[in-house]
Design a protein around this ligand. Structure first.
Ligand code: AMP
Ligand code: GLY
Length: 436
């Protein structure tokens, strides 16, 4: 099978790496890719958000499957163009991608499907925003309605700050969703969907804030680990039964079947499991950790998703190891990041036992050297027999990465490794409000 992977980041590097390990995958191509991806497979400098350009490339390469990584091409209709060209594609249509592209749409579908989520109101003016903030009270949660690369959400106790974020979204011509605050630890569950069937991957935890201890602004994600030893038994089944399957059924009922990854972002609150958000693609950097543990060949799985055959796949197989991914970000991320700096030490990282580098914002300079080219530059991914060992290995790797001004969180998986994450039994006060 020949596969074309669309996207430029760490998630796509991880997908390419796993596809290359699938004995039934004969060729992998990628567009546009990054320095890590281009070291593995041929890459093509096309605009990944241009549906016609992607479809034309897929036809030219005579691939059997296209896998679309990021949300932007999905929201732009890349999957539709590839499907129209007659090539199976793993990734939702433009219409189905609205589950991520519009938070208001996602809330509407969740309501129709009976999916448990935060109470929310859409606001389009300062008055409506103020009214919604006062209805739910502090802590305030204000979300840009459109795509914002994980950075459109402000959670704050400061009402003025909440209002200012809403105003900045209105000024940009958008609307906001204002929600009740959800307490409890967060979990990311990726559910493979083929339009009617669902298969869940092993849950992971992401670290959204830039600084240790969940301080500072939200980012796209600064690290992840999987599996979650502390997660309640039956969590994955609950996600399938109460969230993913009802959503997939509802999307089919609406005439916009969902094919691809339904990324269910959950909070395990003192009042039960609640959906924080849907995304319509693999999470980044969770994928780097999740795929490092997946033993079932990825190509066959994604092809089954694209062809509506997920009911035929065997139960997924995983290594018993724990995986940790620690993101190394550029100076000044998540604001405008510093780019163009040489990155050294990556071969030494890859030589460590159980450790590999996944590139995100990297490219080759004129001399063929790897330089930074984005906010999240790379992730060091480590497998270990338990979370303690996986963390040690990942951080040993991070220490070897040389990039001027770079930053990383030191506490990825830290609380879990120390047994400090508690999930409150529904109906009791939250035993811990820990997010990390
Ligand atoms: P989102 O883009 O919706 O995933 O939100 C980004 C981050 O903001 C989430 O991972 C949470 O940490 C936080 N967040 C979003 N919605 C809520 C909520 N209703 N209550 C508490 N935290 C939230
Ligand atoms: N890591 C969260 C996301 O991919 O949106």
């Amino acid at each position: 099978m020949k596969v074309l992977v669309i996207g430029p980041g760490g998630r796509e590097h991880a997908i390419v790496r796993s596809l290359l390990a699938d004995p039934n995958v004969s060729e992998v191509h990628a567009a546009p890719g990054n320095a890590g991806i281009s070291a593995l497979v041929p890459t093509y400098a096309i605009d990944a958000n241009d549906p016609d350009a992607v479809a034309a490339l897929a036809v030219k390469l005579t691939v059997d499957l296209v896998v679309v990584g990021p949300e932007a091409p999905l929201a732009a209709g890349v999957s539709d163009a590839v499907r129209t060209a007659g090539i199976p594609v793993f990734g939702p249509s433009k219409a189905a991608a609205q589950l991520e592209a519009s938070k208001a749409f996602a809330k509407e579908v969740m309501a129709e499907a009976g999916v448990p989520t935060a109470m929310a109101r859409v606001a389009g003016t300062a008055e409506e925003a103020a009214d919604a903030l006062d209805t739910f009270g502090a802590p305030y949660v204000v979300k840009d309605d459109g795509l914002a690369a994980g950075k459109g959400v402000v959670v704050t106790n400061n009402r003025d700050e909440a209002l200012a974020h809403a105003q900045s979204c209105f000024d940009a011509g958008g609307a906001v969703v204002i929600e009740e605050f959800l307490d409890g630890p967060e979990v990311s569950v990726f559910v493979l969907c083929d339009g009617s069937n669902t298969v869940a991957l092993s849950p992971a935890q992401d670290f959204k804030r830039i600084f240790d201890n969940d301080e500072g602004p939200n980012t796209g994600g600064m690290g992840a680990y999987t599996p979650l030893e502390w997660a309640p038994e039956g969590l994955v089944q609950e996600v399938i039964d109460r969230v993913a399957q009802p959503t997939v059924n509802q999307m089919a009922h609406r005439g916009t079947p969902f094919v691809g990854v339904l990324f269910v972002g959950l909070a395990l609150t003192s009042r039960g499991t609640r959906v924080i958000e849907f995304n319509v693609r693999f999470g980044d950097p969770e994928t780097q950790a999740v795929l490092a543990r997946l033993k079932t060949p990825l190509g066959g799985l994604l092809m089954a998703g694209a062809k509506g055959e997920l009911d035929k796949v065997q139960p997924l197989r995983w290594t018993k190891d724990t995986a940790v991914a620690v993101v190394v970000a550029a100076e000044n991320y998540p604001d405008t990041p510093r780019t163009g700096d040489r990155i050294r030490g990556l071969k030494k990282v890859d030589a460590l036992d159980g450790v590999h580098v996944i590139h995100a914002g990297t490219k080759l300079d004129g001399e063929g050297k790897v330089v930074s080219a984005g906010g999240r530059v790379l992730a060091v991914v480590a497998l270990g027999t338990d979370l303690v060992e996986a963390r040690e290995r990942a951080y040993d790797g991070v220490e070897l990465v040389q990039l001027d001004g770079s930053q990383f969180r030191t506490d990825i998986g830290g609380k879990a490794a120390r047994g400090q994450i508690r999930v409150a039994a529904p109906g009791t006060p939250a035993a811990s409000k820990a997010k990390a």
